[in-house]
Design a binder for this molecule. Structure first.
Ligand SMILES: *[C@@H]1O[C@H](CO)[C@@H](O)[C@H](O)[C@H]1NC(C)=O
Length: 182
């Protein structure tokens, strides 16, 4: 009964204004210095795995799309790939806010986090996937231990970056990404 009631009040993280209870994971590291030394990953994990040179989902309409390293920000997060497939136009660029298990709002040192990527694991598990810098700050400047759980993860209504739309499908200048609204 409790489970059913929770499902009813916690909509899937699929649209602006939605909130879920979930946990955070880490998937890239532009500093190339965090979460390595087997804490928990081997050194240079984000370079040797190729993830830093991966092109995030929201570069879909860009030609050429830029990699995480080229975009150069640790503020990108990845959310539910099913929801992204359904409605990337409205999700890309939206601010994501996170409250920790105690209800304290997480304030990232580099500014608000925003959606620019899709996470496959988050199709079925309530996850927000972060940069190593954001992940370690969220955990109190460490990567060790478990993924932080009990988070309140919200997609806000405001855009930090503007989504790249189909009509933008042409070579773009890098500055387009930095037309930040905040
Ligand atoms: C991911 O999004 C889809 C589509 O909105 C939704 O059906 C699914 O429940 C979501 N998954 C999670 C873990 O919230």
């Amino acid at each position: 009964m409790l489970f059913a009631a929770l499902l009813a009040v916690l909509p899937a993280l699929a649209q602006a204004g939605s909130t879920i209870s979930g946990h955070a994971t880490v998937y890239y590291d532009l500093t190339n210095s965090l979460c390595g030394n087997n804490d928990p990953f081997p050194s240079n994990w984000a370079e040797t795995s190729g993830i830093n040179s991966g092109i995030p989902y929201c570069e879909f309409h860009a030609s050429p799309g830029q990699s995480l390293a080229q975009l150069g920000t640790n503020r990108i997060v990845a959310v539910n790939a099913t929801a992204m497939n359904l409605d990337a136009a409205s999700l890309c660029g939206k601010q994501v806010s996170i409250k920790d298990a105690s209800g304290n709002e997480f304030s990232f040192s580099e500014g608000p986090l925003f959606i620019w990527d899709a996470c496959d694991a988050a199709r079925t598990v309530p996850i927000v996937d972060l940069s190593a810098k954001a992940f370690s700050e969220l955990k109190g400047n460490t990567c060790s231990g478990n993924n932080p759980t009990g988070l309140t993860i919200s997609i806000e209504d405001n855009n930090i970056w503007q989504p790249i739309s189909k009509r933008d499908e042409k070579p773009r200048v890098r500055s387009r990404h930095f037309a930040q609204l905040d």
